[in-house]
Design a protein around this ligand. Structure first.
Ligand SMILES: *Cc1c(COP(=O)(O)O)cnc(C)c1O
Length: 428
């Protein structure tokens, strides 16, 4: 086919193209290892001389097929699947940073990512500076240092739902000679493709909408193939200089546009091993086959829920980028397909934290779960749950008010979801 396929077709068909007499459905290659005829054939794989499967920690056909589908959805050149979103974020950073390096992230990010950056990476000698993504360009540029290796942000922050101005951030990163990494978990490539706005690398927690059914924890990293590592060779020696663990091979010289993902596979996956099981990738693929159908439905339902909440007298505040009163409304209209962001709505109840908790406990259809972004409507109080480890100051920095309720609107009938909210309001 000559024209690029539409996202709907990629969701349904991409990644696995069976030949004559092969299974129509992506098979689960539940095998740790792959057979060769000669010792020489296998040696070439170990030297990265030839491409092929030899051990599932490095590559597996089921995992590869699903990674390829996600790469195509994002419009990237290559992708790697990881065992979780956390592993994807970690790998995306340490593929570029080592002890003594520095990077910059927006402060409105997922709580787990915030801990990873501010505690665990710090212990490994990698330092982060958090910036306000809505700050003027000059203020963000002030955070850059000679050893800064990347800029990181979330398309739609979890749970504060700030919309990242990707074009602005990409421009800032590129003016300083570093790539922009965007966590696109909440928008998904159905609603936004960060590469179209200048991002260089995209990460996902596939656990959320991509899986969509709360079945399998997973992650993905996608490379646009556009960042010119060679042009900033001294900044990224891990990619441009010889790797002693592969007989002095240099990734950019040997693999060109595939350098970043090849290094993540051949070096990080080899040494750290955070691979998904082929079974989980199979489940993720089933989720991806309906992503294009589910996302618009999540967004239509969330819009109705947000409009209902905005009018309700017991609601102190509401945040949903699809509401014209939202400070990020214009940006959301510009950056997201049909202006649709995601199915998550956040709000606070009048009377503060305690009344918010009573409200959550009164919901029946919406279940309290440590999860977000699946077909079943669910709810969480981040200050008591996911963001429990953060101080009040860090909570506010991450855009999480103590009374914030994260309401993840599912694909049920909007009328039933709203009726559930109504009966819970009646009880407080
Ligand atoms: C959930 C989430 C993560 C972490 O992903 P896991 O699959 O839970 O490890 C990272 N980023 C965002 C935006 C998330 O929502």
């Amino acid at each position: 086919m000559t024209h690029p396929l539409h996202p709907e077709t990629i969701c349904v068909q991409a990644g696995w193209t069976p030949g004559k007499g092969e299974p129509r459905v992506l098979p689960i290659y539940q095998s740790t290892t792959f057979k060769y005829d000669t010792s020489e054939q296998m040696a070439k794989l170990f030297d990265l001389e030839e491409q092929g499967f030899f051990y599932t920690r490095l590559q597996n056909p089921t995992n590869e097929a699903v990674a390829s589908k996600i790469a195509q959805l994002e419009g990237g050149v290559a992708a790697i699947l990881t065992s979780s979103g956390q592993a994807a974020v970690l790998f995306s950073i340490i593929n570029l940073c080592e002890a003594g390096d520095h990077f910059i992230s927006t402060s409105a990010i997922y709580g787990g990512t915030f801990n990873l950056m501010s505690v665990t990476l710090k212990k490994l000698g990698i330092e982060v500076t958090f910036v306000d993504q809505d700050a003027p360009r000059e203020d963000i540029i002030k955070a850059f240092r000679p050893n800064t290796k990347l800029l990181f942000g979330e398309t739609l922050s979890n749970p504060s739902l700030n919309v990242l101005d990707i074009a602005k951030m990409a421009d800032i990163a590129h003016s300083q000679g570093v790539p922009l990494i965007v966590d696109n978990t909440f928008a998904t490539p159905i609603n936004c493709r960060p590469f179209d706005f200048g991002a260089d690398i995209v990460v996902h927690s596939t656990t959320k909408y991509m899986d969509g059914h709360a079945m399998a924890v997973g992650g993905a990293i996608v490379d646009s193939g556009r960042f010119d590592w060679e042009a900033h060779s001294s900044q990224f020696p891990g990619l441009t200089q010889p790797d002693p663990s592969y007989h002095g091979l240099a990734y950019t010289k040997k693999f060109g546009k595939m350098a970043y993902i090849t290094k993540a596979t051949a070096q990080l996956m080899r040494d750290l091993g955070a691979i998904p099981s082929p079974m989980n990738s199979f489940l993720l693929n089933i989720g991806l086959e309906t992503l294009h159908l589910r996302m618009p439905r999540h967004c239509e339902n969330a819009q109705k829920v947000a409009e209902f909440l905005e009018k309700h007298p017991d609601v102190a505040w509401i945040n949903y980028p699809g509401l014209p009163s939202n400070p990020h409304y214009e940006l959301a209209q510009k950056q997201f397909k049909n202006g649709q962001s995601c199915g998550v709505v956040t709000f606070g109840i009048k009377g503060g934290r305690d009344r918010s908790i009573k409200f959550i406990d009164s919901l029946k259809l919406a279940a309290i779960v440590t999860h977000v972004a699946d077909s079943r409507t669910c709810v969480l109080h981040p200050a008591s749950h996911t963001h429990r480890q953060l101080t009040d100051e860090q909570l506010l920095e991450a855009g999480v008010k103590p009374d914030l309720i994260r309401f993840s609107v599912g694909t049920e009938a909007a009328e039933d979801i709203i009726a559930d909210l109504q009966q819970a309001f009646a009880q407080i």
